[in-house]
Each structure stands twice: as structure tokens, then as C-alpha cells.
Ligand binder design. Structure first.
Ligand code: HEC
Ligand code: HEC
Ligand code: HEC
Ligand code: HEC
Ligand code: HEC
Length: 466
């Protein structure tokens, strides 16, 4: 069946080197890619190595094959519908049959190829949107962000949900700016640490609000912080705050902290440094009324930005803790044994030394802690060596989750604006309106401080019902 058509097809491909090479490449790449794509869509392949082999290796190769094939057709004088081809066909005894078969075979092959390509392109597109692509491909570069992300409340939210969001235009923008990053990566010229804030990040209103709508929730958030002192007993200290989160007020009155993101409020600010830490002017527009808060010197040159979620929640997922916080979290989670003398003090010393690499840090932290206990509490080391190992593991974890010397990220490199550092950029004495008003710094504006670093605050006992 279809012998004539097949013969014609074969001759055509054989005679044209581009088409021959293209066809060979396509034959080698399309079947495995199709199978992998379908499998990936159904079972969601987790392994980034396989994804890289198929989507970053075979996929471009397939495109090359397709390109060669097209070039072949384009430059070929033997092309499907060139005069010679038609003449050759017409010379045959059963012209109509040859024509019909060729056309039929061509359309069958085209349909199959198009379906396969469709499946492959669909999966490859999804791969470029995946956490594996963003977080693991540029392994060394994004390790800090990826590590912090994996231990955050957003660990199951895809990178693209916050960094790109829905819709085609930001997709195209991100792929274009992504090119620059790929080049920087390949030429090893990327900045260390990666700069923040992200230049040209999509406005948070369009990304965070896919999932969170502060206009629709009202209330307070109780924040309880448990810290450890550096005394012999590693004693606990509690801070209890009732955060006045309030509401963005879609249906009613906006109030409290989320007042800033009410649809009726717009806050613009002018900043003079790339990190947006130095704010020299704030403009509040509430229900059409404009108030300008300015520094005493003439407002300097700077860039203006409309305030959004990211001006407070700039670390919703890439949360890098301070050394103290990181260790306190190890205690809270139970990873750090609390009944050894001076654990907090020793581990804090161990993890805040300067180490050239994470590998070396791991070794040196262990040495530091072991030496300390060997020297000061030799009995303890003899009787419960497993405890010391536990301390070492917890201290190493605290370090490894937060410090990345290779990317020049150490304790405190990235500022978290969800703190006085962020709020007091505007809420301070320096920025003043024409009427001499300032943006309030009143301690009860943002929270009610129920206990501050107390060993056993009454309020906590009340809350716990003890
Ligand atoms: C919950 C939202 C969210 C998710 C999910 C998210 N990011 Fe981010 N990312 C942010 C925000 C917010 C910033 C800081 C933006 C700013 O200040 O302008 C940021 C900044 C960054 C930066 C710049 C360096 C820095 O630390 O500020 C990199 C790189 C980055 N993200 C990579 C990733 C990767 C890779 C993933 C997925 C593994 C990811 N992000 C997932 C919200 C997110
Ligand atoms: C795809 C959905 C999604 C997107 C997009 C998203 N979040 Fe979330 N966010 C969540 C979920 C789910 C949680 C709850 C996690 C939990 O409590 O375990 C959460 C939790 C939070 C919390 C509370 C964290 C805590 O410590 O309790 C804050 C604050 C937050 N998100 C801010 C943001 C900001 C800011 C953005 C935009 C940069 C954002 N989110 C984007 C889904 C999302
Ligand atoms: C003026 C600073 C500020 C802005 C702007 C802001 N937030 Fe918040 N938000 C806070 C603070 C402070 C909290 C309390 C969190 C805490 O202390 O743990 C909070 C809490 C939250 C929570 C957790 C609520 C809860 O009760 O657990 C979510 C979710 C959240 N914000 C989302 C957003 C989103 C989305 C936007 C942008 C539309 C936004 N926020 C804008 C400061 C802000
Ligand atoms: C970019 C500047 C800016 C930043 C940053 C900022 N604020 Fe504000 N905030 C304002 C302005 C302006 C007002 C209104 C002051 C006025 O009307 O007198 C305000 C008002 C408030 C109010 C009173 C809202 C009401 O009910 O009227 C609260 C609460 C508040 N801010 C909390 C915070 C917290 C918490 C942070 C940090 C997480 C923060 N702000 C960061 C500019 C800022
Ligand atoms: C503009 C808003 C704002 C004002 C005004 C403000 N705070 Fe805070 N405060 C915050 C935010 C935001 C946090 C961080 C909450 C968190 O970590 O979840 C915080 C945290 C704290 C903490 C806990 C810090 C820690 O990590 O242990 C203390 C203590 C505190 N504030 C005291 C004060 C005192 C005292 C004043 C008055 C001088 C004050 N605050 C004024 C916004 C404010």
C-alpha cells in the first residue's frame, strides 16, 4: 500500500542532505520526547536530571532537526511542489494514484508530528514554569533562595506564582529578562548576592492577591516569640505581641496595618538607594485627599514607587533569619537539646565565625562545639556523646539554611521589612507634612506589646490556660 507515495517521500528525503539529517534527528528525538512528555504530564516527573536531559537536551535538538528539515524544503529545487516534482509525478502511469498517496502520506506524517510536537511543547513550557527549572537548574546561583523557600510557608507555591503570575505579557517579559540571567550564568558574571528588590518585579497586587485578599479579612494576629538566652541554662524569654493587622476594607472601613492596601488609599514613596531603605518623601492619597510627608532637607532625586504588599512582606518565602533567630527556631522545633549547659552561647559563637565555604563551615562548626565541651565538660562528652552530635547537627542546620558564602550571603544580608527596619523607614520623626504632622511611631499603633522578653509572662499563662 502507498508504495508510490512512500518511494517518492524516501527519494525526496534521501536526495536532500538537510532533510535527511533533519529526519534522522527527528526520528531519534521525537519518539522518546513524546513518551517522556506524556509520562511527565500524567505522573509529574520529580527528577530534575531527567527533565534537564529531555527538555534542555533533546528538545532543542528536536527543534534543530525540524529547522534543518524546513531549510531543506525551502532551498530544495526538488521540493514537494516544485515543477520538477510535479513533472516527475505526471510522467508516471498512474498519476492520480501517486498524487493521492503522496498527499495522504504527507498529511498523516504531518498530523502525527504535529500531535507529538504539541504534547512536547506543552510539557516543555510547563517545565520552564516549574520549581525545578527556577530553583535547581541554576543551582549555585539560586541555592539560597531555593533553600529558604523550601522551609517557608510558601514551600508548595510555585516560583512563577509570585515572580510571574498569570497572563501572557508577564510571561513574555519574564522569558526575555530570563535570557539575560542565563547569559550571566553561563559567563559566570552574575551578581553575588543576587540583587534585591527584584527589578521590574510584577506588582504584588497581581500576584499575591491571586491567593490573599487583605480587603476581605479583618482581625488581629497573635505573635509569640520564644527566645533563648546565652546563660548556662539557656533560659527562655517570651515576647507576646498582638499585631493589629486590621483590614484592607473592601466592604467597610480600612484600618490597622492593612489600611495601606485599601482600594481607597494610595501611598507613593521616593527612595534614593537600590535597596529602598532610604525613603525621603511619602505621599498619601486617601479618598482624593493628598498629604505629603517630606524630610527637612529638600527632597533629593530618587525613584518613586507605589507601595504594595512587597514593601512589608518582602521576605514571604526567602526568609533568611538572624543567627539568634535561626538557633531559637532549632530550640522551638526540638532539634536542639535544651538541657546542655551553654548550648545557645556555644552554638551562637560557632555559627557566627567567618567561614569561606559551606563545606568548611560544617566541619569547623562541629570542631568548635566538640572542642568546647571536651574542654569544659569532659564527663558530659563521655556519658552522652549522642547529645553533642545532636547539638552539632542543629547548629549546622541553622547555619546551612541561612548562610551562603559562595553567594556572599551571610547573617543579615537581606533585610526583612516586616519589622521595625521596614516600618520605620516611613514611620519616623524626620518625614513631616506641611502641618507639621509625622507618620506615627506610637507603640500601640501597630501592635499591643503584651510582654517583652519576660521569663514567664502572665499573659502567656492566661493564653495557655495554665
Ligand atoms: C510567595 C511568593 C514567592 C515565591 C513562591 C517565590 N518567590 Fe522569589 N521572591 C519573592 C519576593 C517577594 C522577593 C523579593 C522581591 C523584592 O523585594 O522586590 C523574591 C526575590 C527572589 C530573588 C532575588 C534575591 C532575593 O533573595 O531577594 C530570587 C533569586 C528569587 N526570588 C528566586 C525564587 C525561586 C527560584 C523561587 C522558587 C523556588 C521563588 N523565588 C519563589 C517572592 C516569592
Ligand atoms: C498560590 C497561592 C499563593 C500565592 C501566590 C501567595 N501565597 Fe501567601 N500563602 C499561601 C498559603 C497556602 C499560605 C498558608 C501557608 C501555611 O499557613 O502553612 C500562605 C501564607 C502566607 C502568609 C502567612 C505566613 C505565616 O508566617 O503565617 C503571608 C504573610 C503570605 N502568605 C504573604 C504572601 C505574599 C506577600 C505573597 C505575594 C508575594 C503571597 N503570599 C503569595 C498561598 C499563596
Ligand atoms: C504596611 C505593611 C503591610 C502591607 C503593605 C501588607 N501587609 Fe500583610 N501583614 C503585615 C503585618 C505586619 C502582618 C502581621 C504578620 C506578623 O507579624 O507575623 C501581616 C499579615 C498578613 C497575612 C497573615 C494574616 C494572618 O492573620 O495570619 C497575610 C496573608 C498578609 N499579611 C498578606 C498581605 C497581602 C497579600 C498584602 C498586599 C495586598 C499585604 N499583606 C500588605 C504588614 C503588611
Ligand atoms: C512607604 C511608607 C510606609 C511604610 C514602609 C509603612 N507605613 Fe504605615 N503608614 C504610612 C502612612 C503614610 C500612614 C498614614 C499616616 C497618617 O495618616 O498620619 C501609615 C499608617 C499606618 C497605620 C495606621 C492606619 C490607620 O488605621 O489609619 C498603621 C497601623 C501602620 N501604618 C502600620 C505599618 C506597619 C506595621 C508597617 C511595617 C510593616 C508600616 N506601616 C510601614 C506609610 C508607611
Ligand atoms: C509602624 C508600626 C510599628 C510601630 C509604630 C512599632 N512597632 Fe514594634 N513591631 C512592628 C512590627 C511589624 C514588628 C514585627 C512583628 C513580627 O515579627 O511578626 C514589631 C515587633 C516588635 C517587638 C518584638 C521584636 C522581637 O523580634 O522580639 C517589640 C518588642 C516591639 N515591636 C516594640 C515596639 C515598641 C516599644 C514600639 C514603640 C516605640 C513599637 N514597637 C512601635 C511594628 C511597629
Amino acid at each position: 500500500m502507498w508504495q508510490e507515495g512512500w518511494l517518492f517521500f524516501r527519494n525526496f528525503v534521501r536526495q536532500n542532505k538537510f532533510c535527511l539529517l533533519g529526519t534522522l534527528i527527528l526520528l531519534l528525538t521525537v519518539p522518546p520526547l513524546t513518551i517522556f512528555s506524556i509520562y511527565d504530564n500524567i505522573h509529574h516527573v520529580e527528577s530534575h536530571v531527567w527533565q534537564e536531559i529531555f527538555y534542555l537536551g533533546l528538545f532543542p535538538l528536536m527543534l534543530l532537526g525540524l529547522g534543518l528539515f524546513c531549510v531543506g524544503i525551502f532551498i530544495s529545487r526538488q521540493g514537494f511542489f516544485s515543477r520538477e516534482t510535479v513533472q516527475e509525478l505526471m510522467a508516471k502511469a498512474d498519476k492520480a494514484k501517486v498524487l493521492r498517496e503522496t498527499a495522504f502520506l504527507t498529511s498523516v506524517i504531518l498530523t502525527v508530528v504535529l500531535i507529538c510536537m504539541g504534547a512536547i511543547v506543552y510539557s516543555a513550557y510547563h517545565y520552564t514554569e516549574s520549581v525545578n527549572f527556577c530553583g535547581k537548574l541554576c543551582h549555585r546561583v539560586m541555592t539560597p533562595e531555593f533553600t529558604a523557600y523550601q522551609h517557608s510557608p510558601h514551600a508548595h507555591v510555585k516560583c512563577v506564582h509570585c515572580h510571574i503570575g498569570p497572563g501572557a505579557s508577564w510571561f513574555v517579559k519574564s522569558k526575555l529578562s530570563g535570557m539575560k540571567e542565563v547569559v550571566e550564568y553561563l559567563t559566570n558574571t552574575y551578581p553575588r548576592p543576587l540583587p534585591t528588590p527584584v527589578h521590574n518585579l510584577r506588582p504584588a497586587r497581581e500576584t499575591c492577591e491571586e491567593c490573599h485578599r487583605p480587603e476581605y479579612f479583618v482581625g488581629y494576629k497573635l505573635v509569640i516569640k520564644e527566645k533563648r538566652q546565652t546563660d548556662k541554662n539557656n533560659s527562655k524569654l517570651y515576647t507576646v505581641l498582638l499585631m493589629k493587622t486590621g483590614s484592607g476594607g473592601m466592604k467597610g472601613k480600612a484600618f490597622g496595618i492593612h489600611w495601606h492596601v485599601s482600594p481607597e488609599v494610595k501611598i507613593y514613596y521616593k527612595y534614593t538607594d537600590p535597596k529602598r531603605e532610604n525613603i525621603v518623601e511619602v505621599v498619601k492619597i486617601e479618598k482624593g485627599k493628598k498629604t505629603v510627608f517630606k524630610g527637612s532637607e529638600e527632597a533629593r532625586e530618587g525613584e518613586v514607587r507605589l507601595m504594595d504588599c512587597m514593601d512589608c512582606h518582602n521576605r514571604p518565602t526567602h526568609i533568611f533569619h538572624s543567627a539568634e533567630e535561626a538557633l531559637d527556631l532549632e530550640f522551638v522545633s526540638g532539634a536542639m537539646p535544651e538541657d546542655l549547659p551553654f548550648v545557645k552561647k556555644v552554638t551562637l559563637e560557632a555559627i557566627t565565625q567567618n567561614y569561606p565555604s559551606r563545606k568548611e563551615a560544617k566541619v569547623k562548626i562541629a570542631e568548635y562545639i566538640r572542642n568546647y565541651y571536651q574542654k569544659n565538660y569532659p564527663d558530659l562528652v563521655k556519658n552522652s556523646p549522642e547529645k553533642i552530635e545532636q547539638v552539632i547537627a542543629a547548629a549546622q542546620e541553622a547555619y546551612l539554611l541561612n548562610v551562603f558564602p559562595e553567594m556572599k550571603i551571610t547573617w543579615g544580608t537581606y533585610t526583612n521589612f516586616l519589622s521595625h527596619d521596614g516600618c520605620f523607614r516611613c514611620h519616623n520623626e524626620e518625614l513631616e507634612s506641611e502641618d507639621g504632622e509625622v507618620i506615627s511611631q506610637d507603640c500601640s499603633l501597630c501592635h499591643n506589646l503584651l510582654a517583652e522578653e519576660e521569663e514567664s509572662p502572665e499573659i502567656l499563662e492566661t493564653l495557655l490556660g495554665e
